[in-house]
Design a protein around this ligand. Sequence first.
Ligand SMILES: Nc1ncnc2c1ncn2[C@@H]1O[C@H](COP(=O)(O)OP(=O)(O)OP(=O)(O)O)[C@@H](O)[C@H]1O
Length: 224
Amino acid sequence: MDIRFESAGASFGARVAVEPLTLSLTENRLGVIGLNGSGKTTFARMINGLTKPTTGKVTVNGRDTRDEKTALADVGFIFQSPQNQIILPIVRDDIAFGLKGRGFTKAEIDRKVEMVLTRFNAGELATRRAHELSGGELQIAALCSVLATGPNILILDEPTNQLDLRNRALVQKIIDGLEENVVVITHDLELISGFERVLLFHEGKLAADAPAAEAIAHYRELAA
Ligand SMILES: Nc1ncnc2c1ncn2[C@@H]1O[C@H](COP(=O)(O)OP(=O)(O)OP(=O)(O)O)[C@@H](O)[C@H]1O
């Protein structure tokens, strides 16, 4: 992946959520940590263009996010509350929904839905009602819907939030095995403990940009 922030920052009115920063991100795995309200989600939304920079610019694989009217299609985003991004009641239909309007035939859509369900060993979820799923199942359903569209960068915002130990371990295993480039925002420090690059945000500023152990140690000092 090739994500570049060039003096890019984001403010909401007078509130500066992310101070202008200059960065080049090419790692296959990137962790983002920091206290509540430190700017992590805003930073992540700037990557897929959901939040446009109010100063500077952000490019993803050479494309300026300001030139795109909507979020970048090749940057998948799983939000903090995945139930809010499941649109259709039945899991299989929701996965197919994301593939419509992209020029695929019905047979191709059906094949892609089956492929992604098989990839996550989630065939059992296909006919389930999304609102009846457990937190872990919902994360997997959201992952299937987003990854079926073939993004090459995936952003996960607090993917283990509210998961029990078993589902947490399952989601960690899935993240570790993803071939896509992954950006993980999390308060679950173990989840990103093996990452070679972790960004620590503090009050909208980048407080560390380092391998996981170093960034986590710095975070512990800030939080103490
Ligand atoms: N749409 C918005 N309008 C106004 N202020 C916003 C908006 N989005 C974020 N902010 C503010 O920007 C700052 C950074 O918020 P952000 O959601 O990026 O933090 P975070 O690090 O992801 O927090 P958390 O860990 O609690 O999810 C906060 O002060 C927040 O209140």
